[in-house]
Ligand binder design. Structure first.
Ligand SMILES: C[S@@+](CC[C@H](N)C(=O)[O-])C[C@H]1O[C@@H](n2cnc3c(N)ncnc32)[C@H](O)[C@@H]1O
Length: 268
């Protein structure tokens, strides 16, 4: 399939100053994916209300990364625990929260499929879980150079990840999960310009349907240190089948200000 190459309407200058993933990802998030962030945020607040989630509810961000969305919900008074496989991505936003609120909030280092063995997490704890930012697709194992597409193993690993998320949800609790759309068109988006290195920030994504995987990267143009991230295919049909097998009811919803990813609501 032909790759659509374009400049983000939110293209602007950044000084990334040699920093890593979190700033680059934030550039893509705020300039390309959610240019009308305030409306997206308001829509999420309405959605939480519709699910009876308020500031007393227990919420987990299961892949907080650089804290997109949940940092603001936390500062807004929501009771959120932050978890991620790579706690280092979270340091920037956690320092901001801790400074502003004079707290000592930490990230729970955790992998979804290993939640039942994690001492920091307990069964039936959360009313609501976020698993957003097209993160779940990386549940199927190695994502960098060691990746080998393997649909059979991927199926087991996606299921184990869903089981982990199910484990920590309260009965009746809700998991919001998103992922690339099944009909996603491969793209190379110029997100902005890094004044420090004089390079464009590129967000690239391609599909390899014949080989059953997707590849994506985000970083500076022609930077040899930018990793390609691979994941096994995860189409709606498989997600619905596995979620149901694990015990969830699952539906796909439309959010007006979520234009990039397909959003699924999984209820325990
Ligand atoms: C693209 S970032 C999304 C971050 C954030 N949720 C957002 O909306 O911007 C993906 C995050 O998922 C985390 N992640 C990937 N695989 C994971 C796994 N198996 N268990 C827990 N976290 C994982 C990564 O470390 C990374 O921080």
């Amino acid at each position: 399939m032909k790759i659509r190459e374009y400049r983000s309407p939110g293209y602007q200058n950044f000084d990334l100053g040699g920093t890593g993933f979190d700033k680059v990802w934030n550039a893509a998030l705020y300039n390309e994916l959610y240019p009308d962030y305030d409306s997206f945020y308001a829509e999420i607040l309405n959605f939480l209300r519709s699910k009876n989630i308020d500031r007393t509810s227990r919420i987990l961000d299961s892949c907080c990364g650089s804290g997109f969305l949940t940092k603001d919900l936390y500062l807004d008074g929501f009771n959120i625990d932050f978890a991620d496989k790579h706690p280092e991505f979270a340091q920037g936003f956690l320092s901001e929260i801790n400074q502003k609120l004079n707290t000592d909030v930490r990230v729970i280092e955790s992998v979804w499929s290993e939640y039942p063995e994690n001492q920091m997490l307990a069964e039936n704890t959360y009313d609501f879980i976020f698993n957003r930012g097209n993160s779940f697709i990386y549940a199927s194992g190695d994502i960098n150079k060691a990746f080998k597409a393997d649909s059979v193993a991927a199926r087991m690993r996606f299921k184990a990840a869903l089981e982990g998320l199910y484990y920590v949800l309260k009965p009746g609790g809700v998991l919001l999960l998103d992922k690339y759309k099944d009909d996603e068109v491969p793209f190379k988006c110029h997100v902005g310009f890094d004044t420090n290195t004089k390079k464009d920030i590129i967000w690239y994504c391609n599909r390899k349907p014949a080989q059953h995987f997707r590849e994506a990267s985000i970083g500076l143009q022609d930077d040899p240190n930018v990793y390609m991230h691979y994941c096994d295919d995860l189409y709606d049909e498989l997600l619905f089948e596995l979620a149901t097998m694990v015990g969830f009811t699952i539906e796909k919803i439309d959010l007006k200000y979520e234009k990039n990813f397909a959003v699924y609501i999984l209820t325990k």
